[in-house]
Structures are given as C-alpha cells and as structure tokens.
Design a protein around this ligand. Structure first.
Ligand SMILES: Nc1ncnc2c1ncn2[C@@H]1O[C@H](COP(=O)(O)OP(=O)(O)O)[C@@H](O)[C@H]1O
Ligand SMILES: [Mg+2]
Length: 363
C-alpha cells in the first residue's frame, strides 16, 4: 500500500498543510522542533487511532483550537481509500472511512499497515520490559483484530481489578467479588499469551537470518518469549498471589508483566550486550517485522523512519535502505547532506519549517 496524500488542519503546530507523497522515498528535513515528527505521528494516528508517542488525543489539537482534522488518502491493490479523523477537545474522536463513520478502532485494521521506526526502538533491548511489551502490542494489534480486542478487554479488566484491590483495603467484604475479575483476566489474558507466543515463534527464523547477515555471519540471535505466567498456571498463580495483591493493591500476575529475551551466542543481550550489539539486534527486529507484515498481509506496509538513519553507521544504513526497496518510506532528518553524499535515492523532499512546508522538490 501507499499513502498518496495527507491533509492536516490544526494538528500540532500545523494550521493547514497538504502533503502529496512519492510512491517510494520521501524525505522531510528541517531544524529541530519544526514539525517533522508531527507529520509521522498524524499518519500513525490515522492508521491506528493511537499516537506513537503515547500522547492523548487532546494534546495533538493545535494550541488555542478546539478541533483538529486529518485526512489521509491511501491506495492498496489499486483501490483508493479515504480516512478522515476528527479530534475534538470535549468529545471523543470521530473516524470515517470513505465517508462512512466507524465505531470501533479495530475496523481500521487492514486498511493501513504502517511500521514506525524511531530512535527509541533502537534502545528497546536495553530499556525495561514495558518497551518490549509496547513493541509486541503495536505489531500484533496492526495485523490481528482478535488480539486488539483481547488486549483492550484485558486492560480494562486489569484496571477494574486494580481499582477493586484499592477498595478492598477499606472494605474487606468486597473480597468476594474478586473472583469475577479473575475469571475474565484468565480468559482474555490466556489468549494474549497464546498470540504472543505464536508471534515470537514466527519472528524467530526471520530475525535469525537477517541478524546473521547484518553481523557478517558472526552472531546467532534468538528471541525467547518470557510470559509472566502460562495459560495453564494462570488460575493457580493468581490464587497464590492473592494476599500480595491485597497488600500491594495491584495485580502481580498476568501478561501485563511479560518480557522478551534476546539471546546472542547464549548470552542475554538485555544484560550482557554492548550498545552496538543491542542496536544491531533492534534493527534486525525491525527488518524482520517488515518481512513478517509483508508475508502476512501480502502487501507492502508503509515505513516511517523518524531520525533513525543518523543513529546508524554506514554499513547498517545501507543494509536498511537496501532491505526496504519497493516500500514507500517517509524519512525525517535534519539535513539532506547524508543522502547526497551517499548517492541515496530520494523521490520527493519536503523542507519543514515552523509547521509548514517551505519547499517541496520532486526528483
Ligand atoms: N498541540 C500543539 N499545538 C501547537 N504546537 C505544538 C503542539 N504540539 C507540539 N507542538 C510544537 O511542535 C513542535 C515539535 O514538532 P516535532 O514534529 O516534534 O519537531 P521535529 O521537527 O523536531 O520532529 C514544537 O515546536 C512544539 O511546540
Ligand atoms: Mg522529530
């Protein structure tokens, strides 16, 4: 698929702007804090209804305004789709596909497939488990409607259970009601664990091949899913953890505490990897993800690269750019020098200044 056009109105620092994208490589360049990442955020938001930065809807409305609009025109297998998002300060957002409004964000799945690669992704292996969970959720939600449904349910139930645990500290009689939440936690949590395991199993052969190539044949990488609890022991472990949950007023057991290990030549990269190794593994993971999405949806996703090229050395940059041939890519960076020096192909450039396109050139 490709994104043909993006119209922003009162989104972040954009008052009104239109972007017509090249089908291959697009580069947004300009100084810091001019609005480059905001463009990528608007695309990701339109495709997933979530900000990649975790911002709330309201934060994305241009300061001093009450509403914001994004319109994105995409093309997939020769079919054009128009997605309209309307963010309102005092109401929930409205989304329409080809003029028909949709109620649930999971109806958007399959219309747009976006892969976002940011500098934070490069430190995913070094950082805490919540980043790795965020990664797996983001990927699975985009390709799997049922996963998104289960995750949304699970998070709601978890929130309610934690709320109840707080109430129990004042009113012990409420202890009887916890069982209702336990059953639902097990039901939806169990499906999340199963899907995550399948996803990591599918990623492993792909990441292993890519990483071997990136490391010049030296490194064998393996991902190991580390569920906090397995489906068969969920009920038992929840029971064992009951008193601790009451005491700490929070739920200790469940997939919200999962992690993923990255093992290279039998060493845990999270603890023993050098920074370079951790970054290379993160890049391998992203490339594996692109391949997996391509083979799952039988279509190319759109790749958003936010300031990552400058974070990679020459060899890895080349590898990344070689791997994404034929995929529409929108890249942000501060200057174009790097592209020119390395004779990298660019389809269209957008110079971004103060929430607007200062100049746009097509090669
Ligand atoms: N809701 C908003 N309304 C107006 N301006 C905003 C809003 N949110 C962020 N900004 C502005 O957007 C700019 C940051 O944009 P960003 O895309 O992150 O920059 P960069 O070009 O460095 O990627 C800052 O100048 C910030 O003040
Ligand atoms: Mg930025």
């Amino acid at each position: 698929m490709i994104i043909k056009q993006l119209d922003l109105s009162n989104f972040r620092n954009y008052e009104r702007e239109t972007f017509s994208f090249d089908g291959e490589t697009n580069v947004l360049f300009g100084d810091n804090a001019q609005g480059k990442t905001n463009v990528l955020e608007s695309i990701f938001f339109t495709a997933t209804t979530k900000s990649h930065r975790g911002s709330s809807d309201k934060e994305m409305i241009r300061m001093g305004e009450d509403e914001s609009h994004i319109r994105m025109i995409t093309e997939k297998k020769g079919i054009t789709n128009k997605i309209d998002v309307h963010i309102k300060r005092n109401h929930s957002k409205g989304i329409a596909v080809n003029g028909g409004s949709i109620k649930k964000s999971n109806e958007l799945i399959g219309i747009c497939n976006i892969i976002f690669f940011s500098p934070e992704d490069l430190s995913m292996i070094k950082n805490g488990p919540s980043e790795r969970r965020r990664f797996i959720n983001m990927e699975l939600c985009q390709i799997n409607k049922i996963y998104l449904f289960n995750l949304t349910k699970y998070n709601k139930i978890l929130q309610q259970r934690n709320h109840l645990l707080k109430q129990i500290s004042f009113n012990a009689e409420l202890k009887d009601t916890i069982e209702v939440w336990n059953q639902q936690l097990i039901e939806f949590g169990g499906q999340i664990i199963e899907e995550r395991r399948k996803y990591i199993d599918g990623l492993n052969p792909v990441i292993s091949r890519i990483h071997k190539e990136l490391s010049g044949g030296k490194e064998d990488i393996r991902m190991i899913y580390e569920p906090n609890v397995t489906e068969d022991l969920f009920e038992e472990k929840l029971l064992i953890s009951k008193e601790k949950d009451y005491l700490m007023k929070t739920t200790h057991i469940g997939p919200h505490r999962d992690d993923i290990a990255f093992i290279i030549n039998n060493k845990d990269l999270r603890k023993f990897g050098s920074q370079g190794q951790q970054r290379t593994a993160a890049l391998s993971l992203k490339l594996a993800e692109i391949e997996l999405v391509k083979s799952t949806i039988k279509e190319n996703p759109v790749l958003l690269l936010d300031d990552v090229l400058s974070e990679l050395d020459r060899k890895r940059q080349k590898h990344l750019l070689k791997s994404i041939k034929g995929i529409q890519t929108i890249i942000t960076c501060t200057g174009l020098e790097e592209f020119i020096q390395k004779e990298l192909y660019i389809g269209r450039t957008f110079e971004i200044e103060n929430g607007g396109v200062k100049s746009c050139k097509t090669k």
